[in-house]
Design a protein around this ligand. Structure first.
Ligand SMILES: [Zn+2]
Ligand SMILES: [Zn+2]
Length: 362
């Protein structure tokens, strides 16, 4: 079951002068609900943004294979000059600056934050993720094609425009039902078992074990993240890895439960989880959170230093971390973070297949 993990951009609509440019970038599993929290329609959470209510949601970036990846993306979008992957890409943007103390100056303005987003989407590792961007704000959507940088956006990413209802429909479609237990993997011909992680060819829809698909794409090379297209073992048509991985799902272990019910239950749990995170945003957990964020962003050379703090609420996610584009979230110096592009020794390839299988699907 795939779950919605997304980052979003808000704009304050408050009438006080100089706050029209105030924006906020956050992470959520339920954008509609999160906006209501920011606007105080639902109690719990969003205290940081209380002062500049009301807010409108400009856009959501979604399709992150894991929550950790979404949180990393959120951190990088909030700190483009600090994140190693992004800082060179945004260096030409005059509004992206560091303070004298080496901290990120907030990027003000909707289009400014969208420009940072566009640069991020064109930069590895984000450019290899199966991301989608959904614009809720008509004005920003109309401005997007006018950005010179928008021309080179990765072709596998999709850009849509519409209401929250539209976004939810897109999300539901992405959770389409998978083949039933008993179908065969198109590569190894093994019978698909409940609980296994699968992807399906976008052309012929044949199912593949995620680990089998990873073997097809990494071929004889030792690369960690496939960057060449691969061929479907059944229809032989060429597919980009991010497109294939977008279909990643776990075969249901309870086929008797209707799909919609499973989806509803999953959504509910996630929402509670999100609310819990927000509820616990006291000063100390904020510090803990920032520590964790810093460690999450293994690409940050100047990760904010924060005192050792108790586990952040997101901590339970940590064991699920391994994925082809996510270095382990070691609370260490940036230089210690494993490079995504770093080649793996061939003997690690089998482990890689397991990691691919273990980290990409919820
Ligand atoms: Zn297989
Ligand atoms: Zn195929």
């Amino acid at each position: 079951m795939q779950v919605y993990y997304g980052c979003y951009l808000l704009q304050s609509l408050t009438n006080v002068r100089r706050t029209l440019n105030r924006t906020y970038i956050g992470f959520t599993m339920d954008p509609r609900r999160r906006l209501r929290q920011h606007n105080g329609e639902i109690t719990a959470g969003a205290h940081k943004t209380k002062r500049w209510r009301p807010w409108q949601m400009i856009l959501c970036v979604w399709g992150f294979p894991t929550k950790v990846l979404a949180l990393q993306f959120e951190f990088a979008w909030q700190h483009p000059n600090i994140c190693r992957h992004v800082r060179d890409r945004v260096s030409h943007l005059g509004f992206c600056k560091l303070t004298r103390n080496g901290k990120q100056c907030p990027v003000l303005g909707v289009m400014q934050n969208i420009q940072v987003l566009v640069e991020m989407l064109k930069t590895a590792p984000y450019s290899k993720l199966p991301l989608r961007v959904h614009f809720i704000d008509e004005g920003a959507w109309a401005e997007l094609p006018k950005l010179p940088a928008a021309a080179g956006l990765p072709t596998h990413m999709s850009f849509t425009h519409g209401s929250f209802d539209h976004l939810e429909r897109l999300c539901a479609e992405s959770m389409m039902a998978m083949p039933v237990t008993g179908s065969e993997c198109a590569k190894c011909s093994g019978l698909l078992q409940p609980g296994e992680r699968l992807v399906s060819c976008p052309h012929c829809e044949c199912p593949l074990h995620l680990s089998c698909a990873a073997q097809i794409f990494t071929k004889e090379t030792s690369q960690l993240m496939p960057d060449q297209p691969g061929n479907c073992p059944k229809c032989t048509r060429t597919t980009e890895w991010p497109v294939l991985i977008r279909s990643a799902r776990r075969l249901s272990t309870s086929p008797s439960i209707p799909e919609a019910q499973v989806a509803a239950e999953a959504a509910e749990t996630d929402t509670e989880d999100e609310v819990q995170i927000i509820d616990s945003e006291t000063q100390s957990t904020l510090r803990a959170r920032s520590t964790k964020r810093a460690s999450l962003d293994a690409g940050c050379a100047k990760a904010p230093k924060a005192p050792k703090a108790p586990k952040a609420p997101e901590a339970p996610e940590a064991p699920e971390l391994p994925s082809p584009v996510t270095p382990s979230p070691k609370p260490a110096k940036a230089e210690d973070g494993p490079e995504i592009e770093r080649p793996l020794a061939p003997r690690l390839r089998d482990r890689l297949a397991m990691r691919l299988g273990g980290g990409l699907v919820i």
